[in-house]
Design a protein around this ligand. Structure first.
Ligand SMILES: [Zn+2]
Length: 129
């Protein structure tokens, strides 16, 4: 069995707004191999089932909390198992208002995707150069 690992690369991106030239930015992408995805999925499942187990001690509320955390744990497991690339630390300059900022991305990396400028609240399109 190969050693489970995680590799990181920095990808440059383009941001397109309503007008003006597209601007450049960058995003850090963590790539997970199969073994790492499985470990990450099991860790997520264990964490939420652990929380679910603790809520057994809360009277009445446990009827809702325990099944909710079990379901959420399963959902996390499936999500993490399917996440091959995770985006983090995305930065760029808004082509419309010119403010440099940290961008809020979808957790699972994909391009193109839509992002919102934190300053002027306009929708921007993130693409690869
Ligand atoms: Zn803006």
């Amino acid at each position: 069995m190969p050693v489970a690992s995680q590799t990181t690369r920095v990808q440059s991106i383009l941001l397109n707004g309503y007008h003006g030239e597209p601007t450049r930015g960058s995003v850090t992408i963590h790539e997970f191999d199969r073994g790492y995805r499985i470990r990450r999925a099991v860790a997520g499942l264990g964490k939420w089932w652990g929380v679910g187990l603790l809520t057994v001690l809360i009277p009445v509320a446990h009827f809702v909390l325990v099944p909710s955390f079990i379901a959420y744990g399963l959902w996390q497991f499936v999500q993490r198992l399917g996440t091959k690339e995770l985006a983090a630390d995305a930065r760029g300059t808004c082509p419309d208002c010119g403010v440099e900022q940290t961008l809020e991305l979808a957790p699972r990396w994909r391009a193109p995707q839509l992002v919102t400028c934190r300053h002027c609240h306009r929708g921007l399109r993130l693409t690869l150069p």
